[in-house]
Design a protein. Structure first.
Length: 718
């Protein structure tokens, strides 16, 4: 019988039981790394609770994981089954974000902590690449049994009302401690290491030096007192290259020997060989006489090689390039922006001589952008049917990347090569987002290029990020097109031509984003001798604002056509808006024009005042009594005023986007617009005047709002 009280309800006891579960599954399966994740009750954030065989610095990106994330442990929890990844390339293809952070060779299993009712969390295990490509039956049974055992601990903890989540940081399990060694043997081992003529030191899993012998201290040029407890690349300036730290990360995660060569100023080359296990890393340091050579012919272990050339690096530097590209892609808007960004960054940062990005559209692959290939060759890529059998279509159909290190590799595959003969090596990467085909990325190299497994995984991760960005950008483009089509449909297609009145209009969306503005303008013929001009701005930048704008414009049009004076038009429209209860307010300016009688009547609902340029060039702000914004008070009244309008006068009605800008005084901006109208208003073509006012607004300050403008000149035929 399970006990619900006493020590069994103690979170520390349950935490120890869970640590034991993790330690057992790691030990019994031979995993090199184990991670235990728990989902706190009522939360949507998975928390890393315990870790084995890895430092907190390396595990840090997964300390908090939204349950909707697409990574192995969350997938295992959602599907309630074990997820197995048997290669670095498969990891990068299925989980590109994970492949970015850990571009190393290892195998991974993720399993849910679940019982018949609840998913409590999950366990992630890593093995070195020498593990067989599939889990054995015994390993699967062990993982499943430990997960059931962990779920039982969690259910018992929940029954006591105190889940075993202690502290904000994950618990790091200590490595199994061997039997206590004889002090004399320990002293002899220390003396042995100190007498060695070659350098050696030990790092813990966090990369800190726990021991260094005299020869190693002499070789690196720093005393043991300075180095102990510190990470070497943080103390020694000449080791502050991301590649060197990357070798340490690779040793810990992949649990395989690795090496690198570093230049200690001024001219001493040192070979560092790293040998990891579950407790830390042993480092062998020796002089290296020449790049790419081992310090001794009979040396055992990984051969020290110089850092790879830029085009071949797949360590921390390439990782940072990929991270930089990912952050830049997050800011790209449309597909064209994504294409240009990728073209400008992939070729210089990742080594290819040429690239082409193709998007799947209407059953064909269309080139979005390219670099390094001649136009006539790109034309052969463009618009190829998805069923054409070309390499670009094949990889998209199968979802499997294809790498060809040389022309011979391509020919051995018995594939058509005539349209690829400008390059010597190629990578064809399918782009998938949410399981749907997006397009293909083609990379070309002007020299034979062997694709190491790590580089294949890195490029596959790149393709995964690019697919997500391209899919998002296509969605943006579609919404952008639809939004502006909606807005344009709500504005008048053309203004009526009226005798004695010439007009010019401009409508400019704010620019960035998908926002639909509520700005509008209209010119309404009332009778042969009069017309009504209207301009307004509905609060907000969204479809609701655009829809209300259409209703306001329709209401103004209906009331103005009936011959109501401007103040009455606003009052009636205001009552309509209050009845609609949209929650949005609207500014509006109504002008009733009677050119034959040489006057105009105005009324405003909280809108910027009109500008009037007289025939002699004198320009003024028309003083119209302000009224409440439409949609606030159903009983609000609006005053109509009448002013002279001589032949040849220019009247400017506009929305606040023409004058308002962050950090700019509104009165000063309006005064500057008055002066610009005074200068430009005498031009014969009113379209030129409209262009001048818009240019002035754009020059004066960055604009973040839509602009609507209608110009009217009396005394000229329309």
């Amino acid at each position: 019988m399970r006990r619900r009280t006493g020590t069994q309800a103690d979170p520390a006891t349950h935490a120890e039981a869970l640590d034991s579960v993790l330690a057992d599954v790691v030990g019994l399966t031979g995993a090199s790394v184990g991670l235990l994740f728990l989902l706190p009750p009522g939360e949507r954030m998975l928390r890393l609770t315990a870790a084995s065989g890895v430092s907190r610095r390396i595990a840090a990106p997964w300390e908090r994981i939204p349950v909707q994330e697409h990574i192995p442990v969350t997938d295992a929890m959602r599907q309630r089954r074990l997820v197995w990844l048997n290669s670095q390339e498969e990891l990068a293809r299925r989980y590109p974000r994970l492949g970015i952070v850990l571009p190393y060779d290892f195998m991974l299993a993720a399993a849910p902590l679940t019982d018949d009712e609840t998913v409590w969390g999950g366990i992630v295990l890593l093995w070195p690449v020498w593990h067989p490509p599939q889990l054995s039956r015994a390993e699967r049974e062990t993982i499943e049994a430990c997960c059931r055992r962990g779920a039982g601990v969690l259910r018992e903890a929940a029954g006591g009302g105190r889940p075993p989540l202690s502290g904000d940081e994950p618990r790091l399990l200590s490595s199994p401690v061997p039997r206590e060694s004889d002090p004399a043997q320990a002293a002899a081992a220390l003396g042995f290491a100190q007498r060695l003529p070659v350098g050696c030191c030990a790092l813990d899993l966090d990369g800190r030096i726990t021991f260094i012998n005299s020869a190693a201290a002499d070789l690196v040029g720093a005393g043991a007192a300075v180095l102990l407890g510190r990470r070497p690349w943080e103390v020694l300036l000449w080791l502050r290259d991301p590649v060197f730290e990357d070798r340490y990360r690779e040793a810990v995660v992949a649990r395989r020997p690795t090496s690198f060569t570093a230049l200690r100023p001024p001219d001493t080359r040192l070979c560092f060989q790293l040998y990891p296990d579950h407790s830390g890393i042993s480092v062998h340091i020796t002089p290296s006489s020449a790049p790419g050579t081992s310090p001794a012919a009979d040396q055992v272990g990984p051969e020290c090689e110089p850092p790879p050339p830029r085009a071949a690096q797949v360590g921390a530097t390439a990782l940072y390039n990929l991270t930089h590209l990912a952050s830049a892609l997050a800011e790209a808007a449309g597909v064209r922006d994504v294409g240009e960004l990728v073209a400008d960054q992939i070729v210089p940062a990742f080594g290819p001589s040429a690239m082409a990005l193709l998007a799947a559209e209407d059953g064909r692959l269309r080139v979005i952008t390219h670099r390094g290939w001649p136009g006539e060759l790109v034309d052969r890529f463009d618009a190829a049917p998805l069923a054409s059998g070309t390499l670009t279509a094949q990889v998209l159909a199968t979802g499997v990347p294809r790498f060809f290190g040389s022309v011979a590799d391509l020919e051995d595959d018995r594939l058509e090569v005539s349209y690829l003969d400008t390059m010597a090596a190629w990578a064809f990467l399918p782009l998938f987002a949410s399981g749907r085909p997006v397009g293909t990325l083609v990379l070309g190299y002007d020299r034979p290029h062997p694709f190491a497994p790590a580089e294949r995984a890195l490029l596959t991760s790149l393709a995964g990020l690019l697919a997500q960005s391209t899919a998002r950008a296509r969605h943006y483009d579609a919404k952008h097109t639809l939004a502006h089509a909606l807005q344009n449909s709500l504005l008048p297609r053309r203004l009526p031509k009226l005798s004695g009145l010439s007009t010019a209009t401009r409508y400019l969306p704010a620019g960035d984003g998908l926002d639909i503005g509520g700005d509008f303008y209209d010119l309404i013929r009332c009778d042969p001798g009069s017309a009504v001009a209207a301009v307004g701005d509905v609060q907000g930048h969204n479809p609701a604002a655009a829809a209300l704008m259409g209703q306001v414009r329709t209401a103004v049009h209906a009331h103005a056509t009936g011959g109501a004076p401007p103040g009455d038009v606003l009052a009636r429209t205001n009552r309509l808006l209050n009845d609609l209860e949209s929650g949005l307010f609207t500014s509006c300016l109504i002008t009733q024009l009677e050119p034959g009688r040489r006057h105009a009547r105005f009324a405003t609902a909280g809108h910027p005042p009109p500008l009037l340029r007289h025939p002699d060039g004198r320009t003024e702000v028309v003083d119209v009594p302000p009224g409440l914004l439409l949609g606030i008070d159903p009983d609000a009244g609006y005053t109509t005023v009448r002013i002279p309008l001589p032949p040849g006068a220019v009247l400017a009605l506009y929305t606040d986007g023409l004058v308002e800008a962050p950090g700019v005084d509104l009165d000063e901006a309006t005064g500057a617009l008055v002066r610009e109208l005074a200068r430009a208003g005498g031009r014969e073509d009113l379209e030129d005047v409209a262009d001048a006012l818009v240019r002035h607004a754009r020059r004066s300050a960055p604009r973040h709002d839509d602009i609507a403008l209608i110009l009217l000149r009396t005394g000229a035929s329309g």
